[in-house]
Every structure is written in structure tokens, then in C-alpha cells.
Design a protein around this ligand. Sequence first.
Ligand SMILES: [Ca+2]
Length: 488
Amino acid sequence: MSLKNLLAVFFILTAPGLAAPPNIVWIIADDMSPDTGAYGQAQVKTPHLDRLAAEGRRYARAYSTAPVCSSSRSAFILGCYQTTTGLHPHDTENPQPLPAPYQPLPTLLREAGWFVTNAAAPGTVRSGKKITKGKTHYNFAHDAKTLFDGDEWRKRKPGQPFFAQFQITEPHRPFPIPESFDEAALAAIKLPENYPDHPLVRRDWYAYQRSVEVVDQRVGAILDQLRAEGVLDNTIVMFFADHGRPMPWGKQWLSVEGLQVPLIVRGPQIAANQVEERLVSLIDLAPSVLKLAGLPVPAWMQGQAILSGDFPAREQLFAARDRCGDAMDRVRAVITPDRWFVRHFSPEQSRLNWSSYKEDQYPGMPLLRELQREGKLAAFPAQWLAPTRPETELFDLTADPQSLHAIRDPKSSADLNARLDRWITETKDQGAKGDPTTEPYLADIQKAKRADYQRTWKKRLNNPEPTDAEKVGWWMKSYHLDAADAVP
Ligand SMILES: [Ca+2]
């Protein structure tokens, strides 16, 4: 530790008249919409998260700045839109060091004397393997060994405040497929209108919901750990997800489903049973933590502190999607208290634009196309498969809280379009340039990912390029369905 850091710790530990500085814990779920009891999903059993909400504050309108892991994570760890920092392409192949003046939150807290860790949530297992390494997935070059003081917050010095991140791998795909399905629970699932009501879709959502219940158990284990060490009541616990659920019209889309996340905060000076209705963004978390820690918020951070309760209501938030793996697609969204506005920069593309990740992991992709081919898709979900998209879309959140039915209101569209233009200029949105020049050519990325896709399907079906019907058949079998179940 440098002399500066030692002095900082000394100050924190000895400053007279100051309450002990708070510890900060981030518990981060991977790919989760607000699908908990407290958020109104009674059929998903989330007692620990519901208790956390009852003991603290639930943000009813929290959004990620990107509907995909690494772009969103790059933004919230810096408190700054990923489009400003040039960290917008998801799964950047060749990450570069962060340019000045940007510094991730762990670095800022570490330099101020906090003990900073990043760990997988206790009990994490993926495909039968125990996971101990905490996810970072930032689109900038970093070394977890120097970014963090390890993965165990209990190794801090006596009295040293800590900032611990716990990464929960659920409900990221692949979901464990349940051995059996509760018929009543399957029937009770409320599918959004843009999904076909098909047994495979219901079972896939059922598996997702069970995976959310695992998130809840992990949260319970983390809170037990804090309680057992006697630090829970001097710790601000913030639970959130990096973006919305991994379904065809959620993750990777600038829809409510893709961007709205649960955000629950509990700790000293947070009164119980509060619901916050103002718009907040995940880039608000880093400045909130700095303010709580009594540290200066750098001028380059674009979020605002939202913990004290006296933050100004915003007129709008913004969100962006750029290249996601092999799918190049620039889209921007403006979110206001009652409107949702989307601009597609490539309206000539279908929404079902090829994505090897989705084609490997989402039963809904081949199913949507296959049902359409067979003429079994209802008119509304079928609209989402049109070969092109409009340049802009406007939704009225008061009447349509999931942003499904576009409305025509030219005055409102013009206003939001102008706000988006201003934001693009003012925040120096890098998206128009596409990928940074340090990235491989798109065609090469696509070729490599297509090869991964072919390997996956060769393993599953001994066929590297199966038809949609064959893929649906494989998914049906995986979900214990037979062909007779496919008749809607
Ligand atoms: Ca994610």
C-alpha cells in the first residue's frame, strides 16, 4: 500500500466525530428483469429479495444503459455512458487500456483506503463446475489482480471499510432445465404479447423463473455472511442486474424488457419500505457510492447520486445498443417518465438479424421463424418478424408499460428525436464510428462466431447447420416435450 493510501486509511479509521464509514456491497445478477415478488411477480419465489426491499428502498424505474453484459458493465463501473468512453461494442475482442481521465470505481475507492473485492456469489456452480472467479467483463483492458484486493472482503484490515462486489451468474443462459414442470405454474406465466403462446416458450420462461429463484438464494447467502460478521447494519447493500432477461425481445433490445432492471438498496440512513418512482440509471450507482463514501465525484461521471433521496427528477435517460458479438446494429433509446422512443440506425435490418449467441442459446429464435413459416404465429408476434423496421418508434408507457405497441404522435417523436440528437452531440456518442480501429474486421468476427455456432450444433445434432425445424425439435426434446405438444 502506498503512503498516500496508508494515510487515507489512517484518516478514515481515526477521524474524530465521524461515524464509521459505511461498507458498500454490490450484488449483481446477470440478465434479470424485475421478476421478483416485490416487483409484482408473485409466482417467482424471492423471499430474500422481498425482505431486502421491505427493509430498504426499491427503485421502480431503474434502467441499464445497454441491454447487454459488457457494454452495461463498462458503463456502471465508470458511472459514464459506454458510448462516451468508446466501450460500446459488446464483447470487445481486443480491449484497450482506459484513456485518461477515466477510472473505474474500484480504483477510486481503493486509493481512498477501502478494501475492494470482487467475487463469485457463494455457492456458484455452472454446468456442474464450481465457479470462484467473479465476473468483470469490462470492455477495457484490466487485470483483476490489481483492480481488486482479491475476492474475500473478510481479509480486510480490522476496521477497514470495504467495497465488495458479488457476481451472481444466474439467470444467464443456459438455464438448468427442470426435471419436471408444475402445470399450474406454467399456465400462470404471463407471456408478453410479442411472444407466441407455445409450450416450449412457457417451459423456457419457467426455467428462467427458477433461475431467478437461485439468484434469491445466493442473495440470502451473501446477507447471511454479512450478518454473521456483524457488519450488515453498517453496510449499504445494492442489488441490481446488468440488464433485462435473456429472451428474444429482451436482452440486446432497447425495449423495457431489455433495459429495465431490479434495483434494491438497504442500509444505514435508508428508511424501510420505500418505493422510488423517479427515473434512475445504472450509471448513477458509482457517483452514489462516492458521495456516500465522502469522496469527490469526478466531473466526467455522467450519473447522479441517487441514495440520499433528494436527487433531482430527470426528464429523460438514454440507452444504447451497438455491435453485440457478431450482430452489428446501432440503436438508441430515450426513456422519459411517460414515453419510450427508439431510433434504429439500420432500419433495413430485420429484428431477427443473425446472432450466433441467440441462435445457440434461445429456443425462441428458431421457434419464432418456424411458427411463422407454418402460418401459426398470431398477427402481433408476427409483426416483430418483419424483414425491416421503422426508423423510429414511440411508445406511451402510461398505456403500454412494456413498450410493445408503437403509437403515432409526430410532435412527441420530433421532440424526443431532438433530445436524442442533443445527447449524441453533447456526450460525444462514439457509435457512429462503429467499432474502434483496434477491433478485428466485422467479417472476421462473424466468421469465427459462425464456426462456434456450427461446433455447438454439430455436438447437439451432429449437424453444423440444422434447419429451424430440427433446432426446435432439439429444444423440445431438451425440455421434455414431444412433437404432439407442439400443436398450439
Ligand atoms: Ca448480462
